[in-house]
Design a protein around this ligand. Sequence first.
Ligand code: COA
Ligand code: AMP
Length: 630
Amino acid sequence: MGYAEVYGAWQNDPEGFWMDQAKSIDWVTPPTKALDDSKAPLYRWFADAEVNTCYNAVDRHVENGRGEQLAIIYDSPVTHTKHTITYAELQTRVASLAGALRAKGIEKGDRVIIYMPMIPEALEAMLACARLGAIHSVVFGGFAANELAVRIDDATPKAIIAGSCGIEPGRVVHYKPLLDGAIELAKHKPDFCVIFQREQEVAALIEGRDYDWHGFQAGVELAECVPVKGDHPAYILYTSGTTGAPKGVVRPTAGHLVALNWTMKAIYDVDPGDVFWAASDVGWVVGHSYICYAPLIHGNTTVVFEGKPVGTPDAGTFWRVIEEYNVKSFFTAPTAFRAIKREDPKGEMIKNYDISGLRALYLAGERADPDTIEWAQRIMGVPVYDHWWQTETGYTIAGNPAGIEALPVKIGSPTVAMPGYDVQILDEAGHQMKPGELGAIAVKLPLPPGTLPTLWNAEDRFVKSYLTTFPGYYETGDAGMIDEDGYLYIMARTDDVINVAGHRLSTGAMEEVLAGHPDVGECAVIGVTDELKGQLPMGFVCLNKGCETTPEQIAKDCIKRVRDTIGPVAAFKLVAVVDRLPKTRSGKILRATMVKIADGQDFKMPATIDDPAILDEIKEALKPLGYAQC
Ligand code: COA
Ligand code: AMP
């Protein structure tokens, strides 16, 4: 069957399609039906089943003869370390950690926050939670203490598992002080913390609250897998929305298992035993789905890479890893390739490696620009597949189903909707638009298994954010079009979310931080185009009357404030101090126009602008920052 037949089979009988896919999962109690629509527009999948994610990702492979196969390859150029873990070893390690967590009171439904760098123990912590039916929430290491505190207060974890430090090129990220600071800031306090001490920094433990990862496991009984209901939350992953309060995306257990397992062959075209590598971070959805869960559920070997595409030690690192471990399918963000291309434009370094075992490159997380795709195609000599998805969905909405049928690549398009997704382009009134017309991208409900059923502790926000603008649809927050061949094009966000080096960030959250500066009267943050990172945040601040601090100092303060409150990952380094902001007569800040000015693009004078002269002031203020050049 080709793509059209598979997509058609799903359209004709979605229930049958997903029940069929469910056969690849080992259930404690198999589902009697796939979809429960009794509470539409809130949907549940495989709700009456009982299952355990860790059993499917680890134990079943040991029982089925894959015990000696590598489950995890850890490659860390930043610490000059490499080691491997077989499925049998992983089973013991995870069961031991789960046993220790259980001995300290962690049970089904309890939340556990994981704050760890790219080390195998991060995956083990996730799997240990899954083993017990505990709900993990991984927090990316590049966030500051305040962001961690916000997540602690929302998820109210019983425990936090953290690494003592992370390693960024040229600096050690001191996780433990960040963790202590976050616990201090948060209203909710965890019962205990487990600290994985790294050689690069041994953290001081707080007596009675903190336990050492190894000591804590000494003498405990190995924990068995605890069955959970199909719609039990597997994890919560916070992502940026319009405001400073992140959205806690809930991932349901059974749908997650079924859908991710399906994607490994259908999209990534790997068979059990093949090596699969996603160069991302466990703190992002790509890391959850494609460093940890999907490859393990499917019986692949996953690579945990602690390094960067360049500088660790050079722009040949990716090629080395692909050669050394015979990676078959490779997934990363376009920004990583832009970084390599900048260092090694002619692709000289790839010639030192044999990457003939690689079948294809997959890109996602941000718009893949044609230059980067063409460059990657040329130097790697393999198909380059862009695919589009979101934290909310957990896997591909539109992609090239290479394991079913490799469709022709149209550069600029992530290809076509995957089975499960009825993707439509809607106008403001919710009417379907014609091929080639630009509109809001929406997905007809129900979303397929594994996608978010709700937001943690925030069902109203879930309904308001995603299900209200277009009744009967999920609003993706992206705008784009579908061409005559059914190929989708993602053009822009319809909200205040920006994408910096494949990281999703909220300009609203940054504005909240700037507004807290005592000298700042008014502010706006926009996303401007950046050659390497796709977008960069840029702040505009207007100072209170009588402010005596210099604009230079204000800019420095603002940069520090965002770094300290949100974290280095915000990459907030551009600030313009201006007298006033361009607004409509009703007082709405003209952010889209400011973006065009900063990017040096032509723009139409907004008909509702209050005072057009302000635009010239903005332009002048941007020139010293190297922007607004025509
Ligand atoms: N812990 C602590 N700090 C982190 C971090 C982590 N896990 N990850 C990033 N940071 C810091 C960086 O050190 C940097 O700090 P600095 O301002 O002191 O230099 C800051 O956050 C911004 O990081 P980033 O945007 O990643 O920029 P970079 O210059 O360090 O690297 C790339 C640029 C392109 C090499 C890098 O972003 C990359 O490899 N991205 C592609 C892959 C990817 O992870 N995509 C995510 C979704 S798939
Ligand atoms: P995240 O939730 O962090 O994965 O970010 C999801 C958002 O990133 C999407 O809503 C898009 O705006 C953007 N995005 C992800 N993948 C792509 C892609 N292939 N092309 C264009 N934009 C993408």
